[in-house]
Design a protein around this ligand. Structure first.
Ligand code: ADP
Ligand code: ASP
Ligand code: MG
Length: 473
């Protein structure tokens, strides 16, 4: 009988330096004693940010910053290599490979600086360098402890569409390629160490899955190969009741459903890339979130149905890189199809609308988009409604950039009366002003808009109200 298959992803902090990489290798090696293992790696922490900053500067003609960044990355990876790999031959082999990757990065940045133009395609190639540098290091660390492994570039496995910066996998092609490339390695008892975050179009052009996308890489590969479980190793104990950086009493949730976890991720819980669970929905593969710095802890298990907590609210999340746009004024009642026109305009502007709220009199439609999309969306709306604005039927199209959305999430809120009431009373008690409210019909989520400076207070008030710091709540 074949062994179970486990896909493990290590995030940036979990491979942040030589000792972290060594710990990650130990974790994978332990798992390999009783299952087949595929490792997916992120770039070392901070590396992708640095690369993107360098690429952006190169786009303005500045080649110094890119040269400095690549030099720093070389030092960082060389230092890790020296600490991790004792055999000179092996070390030289990996160092050569890394040098080739860095040289490619230098050429890409120089070309960008020369043209003073950074295309999305080049940005993807530059931002993928961190994962490409990391995979051989982790594979080398496994070999060092006697575990056979091979670094594999995800461009050979994950086939995507051509939407640079946020590509979508084409699952059938991905399945075929992953089977052909990885199955023989697994059958041979090797651990493939795959670059997270990246893919390639069927023509072979490199793409990325979006920031934080290595989580998604892990579930894409897990689904493609019919894995038995996926473990996402990170720097916190699991999915917590709130972001621990914002709420001191946040607690690890032992079990959570796909839907709840997806809702949290969608509304900003960075612990999971928002699309992570999409890939495994159909197959129902369990996904664990665990702490690579405390591997003895069980972490959080994400399954299709989770486990009911009886009480309703499971966790909170907040997202601050968003802006509120409102289209309104008493006159808009008479404007034909104002709602349809508003949202076909946001769609044409490719703005992702996170939340919509409309007053019943139709006096005001307000919605939330990512900050990066906000100015573009407002311009497009002003153009669409230019005639109505000049006749003053639509009185305003405004943008508020200083807001945050807080979401209260829990599958069992459905049928639990009073959650909304308790939420808003708690906020009132703590003098948090609510700007807009939305509740999905699935009732898995109540979200509300507050001033950005009140975000932390809003999270603390609701966390306390639902006693989320207490085990079993
Ligand atoms: P990795 O590099 O391992 O992918 P990330 O930084 O992307 O890690 O995600 C982990 C971080 O997500 C945590 O350090 C934590 O600050 C943040 N986070 C936000 N919301 C939550 C939550 N509800 N539960 C756990 N972590 C959260
Ligand atoms: N390294 C990539 C990023 O920083 C992908 C990831 O970490 O998941 O966005
Ligand atoms: Mg992440």
């Amino acid at each position: 009988m074949s062994k179970p298959l486990c896909v493990m992803k290590f995030g940036g902090t979990s491979v942040g330096d030589a000792s972290c990489v060594a710990r990650a290798a130990q974790i994978a090696a332990r798992q390999a004693a009783h299952s087949s293992v595929i490792v997916v790696v992120s770039a070392m922490s901070g590396v992708t940010n640095r690369l993107i900053a360098a690429a952006t500067r190169a786009g303005t003609g500045d080649r110094q910053e890119a040269a400095a960044a690549l030099q720093d990355l070389k030092q960082q990876h060389d230092a890790a290599l020296a600490m991790l790999i004792s055999h000179q031959d092996e070390r030289d082999k990996i160092a050569l490979l890394m040098q080739e990757i860095l040289d490619e990065g230098r050429r890409l940045c120089e070309g960008t600086a020369l043209l003073c133009q950074l295309t999305p395609r080049t940005l993807d190639s530059i931002s993928s360098l961190g994962e490409r540098l990391c995979a051989p290091l982790v594979a080398g660390a496994l070999a060092e402890i006697g575990v056979r492994s091979e670094a594999v570039d995800a461009t050979e496995l994950i086939v995507t569409d051509g939407y640079h910066g946020s590509a979508e996998p084409l699952m059938e092609a991905t399945r075929r390629r992953s089977e052909a490339r990885l199955r023989p390695l697994l059958d041979d008892g090797l651990i493939p160490v795959v670059t997270g975050f990246v893919g390639a179009t069927s023509e072979g052009v490199l793409t990325t899955l979006g920031r934080g996308g290595s989580d998604y890489s892990a579930t894409i590969l897990g689904a493609a190969l019919g894995a038995d479980e996926i473990i996402i190793w990170t720097d916190v104990d699991g999915v917590l009741t709130a972001d621990p950086r914002l709420v001191a009493g946040a607690r690890t949730i032992p079990d959570i459903s796909y839907r709840e976890a997806a809702e949290l991720a969608y509304f900003g819980a960075k612990v999971l890339h928002p699309k992570t669970l999409r890939a495994v929905m159909e197959a129902g593969i369990p996904v664990w979130i665990r702490n690579s710095f405390a591997p003895e802890l069980p972490g959080t298990k994400i399954t299709p149905r989770g486990r009911t907590n009886g009480g309703g609210v499971k966790a909170l999340t907040a997202i601050s890189e968003v802006a509120l746009i409102s289209v309104g004024g008493p006159g808009i009642v008479g404007v034909p199809d104002v709602v349809g026109r508003t949202f076909s305009t946001t769609a044409a502007a490719r703005a992702n609308v996170l939340l919509i709220s409309q007053s019943s009199s139709q006096n005001d439609i307000c919605f939330i988009v990512a900050s990066a999309d906000a100015a573009r969306t407002v311009d497009a709306l002003r153009q669409e409604f230019s005639k109505d604005l000049s006749h003053q039927q639509v009185e305003h199209i405004t943008l508020d950039p200083d807001i945050a959305v807080v979401a209260v999430v829990g599958e069992n809120m459905r049928g639990t009366p009073g959650v909304a009431g308790r939420t808003f009373s708690a906020l009132g008690r703590d003098h948090v002003n609510i700007i807009a409210i939305a509740q999905g019909s699935s009732e898995t989520n109540i979200s509300f808009v507050v001033e950005r400076k009140a975000m932390k207070a809003a999270l603390e008030a609701t966390h306390r109200e639902f006693a989320l710091e207490k085990p079993g709540s």
